[in-house]
Design a protein around this ligand. Structure first.
Ligand code: NAD
Length: 641
């Protein structure tokens, strides 16, 4: 191979057959991103290839962990200045159109994440090959930032795989793994790493026509069917987002239907989107998420390769199933063999949603351990037994002498003091709270709870473990309710006080759905369990009398979902929480006020480090309407409550 020229972010070589190999490897970044300088260099390279065309071009990544994660989201912070926003869009749109029009065949050879702008670059190539690698994620998740794929993705993906699958991916931000991408037609081939280069050469020199949606899928891209597809998609957007909190979806549909995905064809729509609070807040939430992820990347943390979970109930079973799925050897202990069997059954039903190799590997890593042999070899032991301090402490006294030198003991307690629980330990500095939420497989946040005197290494190891299993760690101080439960309790109690005043549960829930919460507070209370809501409320409400309706329900044995009835009657764990009745004016504000005030209180008491982390915790721990930017940000942006 001969090197033509080197760039900061790209390397271009021509091989003996005059095939140009263009490798992206952004220095000082763990993952490639199409930042301005990277795009400028790419434009320069494309210019040189236009001037001296090679036989073919293959674009690949020099990073082991993936192809390209997308554009540089830091640069999106300036998009509210419409000129900046338009320039950013124009640059990618025009450059990728040039790549599509190159006179020689082009191919993207992708491994690992290929997202957003990275996939739009691949879509501009004539061919795409996905290398069968761990964690391949292929998609256009721009909608999660309140924007849409504006570098040609909105035009090219429907043409390639048909509008129904393409719009579904772009409207939800859903990603595909290599196999699904292959069967959708998004990639031409899925190949093993050892044959990747040869396959790329064979395909790029094959002379095969570029793939495009055929048959019905192809027909749906054209009038008059296109309008029908758009109408259908609008209907489903309105069902999922009935209050129109996420305007990028409808803008995206309009641009696809009327302008074939050209982002520059409707400058007003673009301006509206770029200047909207929603877009700004969703970009903010992305950065908050990155901040949480950074807590999970600790250089001095001890790697956790084996976790031992004690207690195979709702939480312990869920934690063990998740850890095994995320690649960690997991032993699961309980005094009751039936509970271990139940936990395995639940784990298998979670794994069933994965491909069979992933499912089989997860099953192999999850090991039943009635006798607790795993205690002696685990790097981390997580206790998730019943919420009884004496039982927990007596367990700690039994297991601490058996644990491996330097291993860490964690509790999943929701309400007990970490400082008190650890008082029986010889090494209290190696004890930490790792507080998961229910259901473990769906809730992204995990609170990492520390009390004074904890070893920094313990805290770092716990946070790194949480990061390793793909969750977002939030460091919080040891205090009743930590952050998330502490802010939810007064919110649910306020909702119940409205019931005491005679309001319907559905009216209350609907008010908060309209506000943008994923679930109404009364449905949430039924889901958590009314006995638990009562206990949490007592712990956190400083002696206030619990709502009358809550006391009555509990006296009647109506505890919510788990007993089949609470404020609602639950059939197959479902009920309708929406009401068509008029919502009293100001109800949502009244309901949300105690949640926001409690968040401020936890912040003032240093339970979390700063306001951004408080917002992040409440968004990822409770689902608090992300497009508001979080409770504290919301209050500030409204100038008060
Ligand atoms: P659970 O009652 O479903 O499960 C507890 C399990 O622990 C049972 O299977 C029991 O047999 C087992 N167990 C009890 N003593 C044991 C011992 N000495 N050794 C081994 N196994 C023992 O309880 P859960 O809801 O999973 O809660 C577990 C912990 O997680 C509690 O501390 C709770 O506060 C916390 N938590 C619960 C939730 C939730 O929503 N349920 C959420 C977050 C945290």
């Amino acid at each position: 191979m001969t090197t033509v020229k080197t760039y900061q972010n790209w390397a271009l070589h021509n091989d003996a057959q005059n095939i140009a190999w263009l490798t992206i490897d952004c220095p000082d970044r763990s993952m490639n991103a199409l930042a301005s300088d990277v795009m400028e260099e790419l434009a320069d390279i494309i210019g040189s290839l236009e001037a001296a065309p090679p036989k073919a071009l293959i674009i690949r990544s020099g990073k082991r962990n993936g192809f390209i994660a997308g554009a540089d989201v830091k640069e999106f912070q300036n998009v509210e200045n419409v000129d900046n926003g338009r320039k950013l869009i124009e640059r990618g749109w025009h450059l990728f159109n040039r790549i599509e029009k190159l006179a020689f065949p082009t191919l993207a050879l992708m491994h690992g994440p290929c997202l957003g702008g990275g996939l739009e670059l691949a879509l501009a190539c004539r061919y795409r090959i996905a290398i069968d690698s761990p964690k391949p994620v292929i998609g256009l998740p721009e909608v999660k930032l309140g924007i849409f794929p504006a570098w040609g993705g909105l035009m090219r993906l429907p043409r390639l795989i048909g509008p129904q699958t393409a719009l579904n991916m772009m409207l939800t931000g859903r990603t595909l793994d290599g196999r699904k991408a292959r069967s959708a037609g998004l990639v031409d081939l899925l190949v093993a790493p050892r044959v990747a280069e040869k396959s790329a050469i064979d395909l790029v020199t094959s002379g095969k026509p570029a793939r495009q949606a055929r048959g019905l899928a192809g027909l749906l891209n054209r009038a008059p069917f296109k309008s029908l597809v758009a109408a259908q998609a609008r209907k489903s957007v309105k069902q999922k987002d009935p209050y129109g909190h996420y305007p990028a979806t409808l803008t995206m549909l309009d641009l696809w239907e009327k302008h074939d995905g050209d982002p520059l064809a409707d400058p007003q729509a673009l301006t509206r989107l770029l200047q909207s609070d929603v877009t700004r807040n969703l970009i903010r939430v992305f950065h908050l998420q990155e901040r949480l992820k950074a807590f999970g990347k600790k250089d001095n943390a001890t790697p956790v390769n084996h976790v031992h979970v004690i207690g195979a109930g709702v939480m312990g079973g869920g934690i063990a199933a998740w850890c095994a799925l995320q690649g960690i050897k997991t032993t699961l202990q309980d005094t009751d063999a039936q509970r271990i069997a139940g936990a395995f059954k639940n784990a298998v039903s979670i794994y069933a949603r994965k491909d069979r190799y992933t499912a089989q590997a997860a099953r192999d890593r999850l090991i039943p351990d009635l006798a607790g042999h795993g205690i002696a070899t685990a790097d981390l032991v997580i206790e998730a037994i019943s919420e009884n301090p004496q039982a927990k402490q007596s367990l700690y006294q039994q297991i601490e002498p058996k644990m491996k030198e330097g291993a860490i003991l964690a509790t999943n307690t929701s309400s007990l003091s970490i400082a008190q629980l650890r008082s029986v330990l010889v090494h209290p500095e190696r004890f930490v709270g790792i507080h998961f939420f229910n259901p473990v497989s769906r809730m992204p946040l995990v609170e990492v709870v520390h009390a004074d005197g904890i070893a920094q290494e313990t805290l770092d190891t716990a946070a790194a473990f949480v990061g390793k299993i793909g969750k977002l760690p939030l460091p919080v101080q040891d205090t009743p309710g930590f952050l998330v439960n502490a802010v939810l309790a007064p919110y649910m109690l306020q909702a119940m006080r409205c019931i005491d005043e005679g309001m319907d549960p559905e009216v209350i829930d609907t008010a908060m759905l309209e506000f943008g919460m994923p679930m109404g507070p009364i449905t949430l209370a039924d889901t958590v369990g009314l006995d638990i809501a009562m206990a949490a409320g007592k712990q956190l409400s400083e002696g206030q009398e619990p709502p009358r309706c809550l006391q009555e329900k509990i006296a009647q044995g109506k505890l919510g979902v788990k007993s089949g009835e609470g404020f609602y009657v639950w059939k197959d764990r479902k009920h309708d929480q929406r009401s068509s009745k008029a919502i009293p004016q100001g109800l949502a504000q009244r309901l949300i006020k105690p949640l926001i005030e409690q968040t401020e209180k936890q912040l003032a008491n240093n339970i979390v480090q700063d306001a951004d982390l408080a917002d992040a915790g409440v968004i990822f721990g409770t689902g608090f309407a992300p497009f508001t930017g979080g409770p504290i940000h919301y209050k500030q942006s409204k100038g008060g409550l």
